[in-house]
Design a protein around this ligand. Structure first.
Ligand code: 5GP
Length: 137
């Protein structure tokens, strides 16, 4: 059965998209630890991040970097933290989490409840920042 993230890639399930190219997709985590908490996935359904082939890994990280820089332009934070857990969804994903303190990337803390409007607004702003970054590269 296709992973929930493959179903997002295939547009069977909606997401708040922030960036996409032919191989990777970034969208807001539906249960965010912080505003702008984003997941970055390879479109190809690969369960474990350390199963990603070498020829994809570098570009996966480069794509994630551009998304992180875009989040930074929109969400006030000290840095973007990255985490890989993967215990819930068997489709590789990097969590990008805006950090003010280390507590912001504590996966045990209560998640934010954002409205659809808030998700859309955040995703739209990050997507615009991402486009600006890509146009300068
Ligand atoms: P992990 O596999 O890293 O332990 O956690 C999976 C992450 O994916 C969680 O943070 C969860 O909120 C997020 N997630 C699970 N299902 C969906 C979904 O359908 N849409 C989005 N945007 N995020 C999801």
């Amino acid at each position: 059965m296709a992973s929930i993230f493959t179903r997002i890639v295939n547009r069977e399930i909606p997401c708040y998209k922030v960036a996409e190219d032919d191989r990777f997709l970034a969208f807001l985590d539906i249960n965010p630890l912080a505003q702008g908490h984003t997941l970055v996935i390879p479109k190809e359904e690969i369960d474990y991040i350390f199963e990603i082939p070498d020829n994809l890994l570098g570009d996966y990280f480069r794509f994630s970097k551009s998304v992180a820089l875009a989040i930074e332009q929109v969400i006030p934070c000290q840095r973007i933290g990255i985490a890989v857990i993967g215990l819930e969804v068997p489709h590789a994903h990097i969590h990008l989490v805006p950090l003010q303190t280390i507590y912001d990337i504590d996966f045990k803390k209560p998640k934010l409840n954002l409205t659809t409007d808030e998700f859309q607004s955040i995703a739209g702003q990050i997507a615009e920042a991402y486009e600006r970054i890509c146009s300068k590269e």
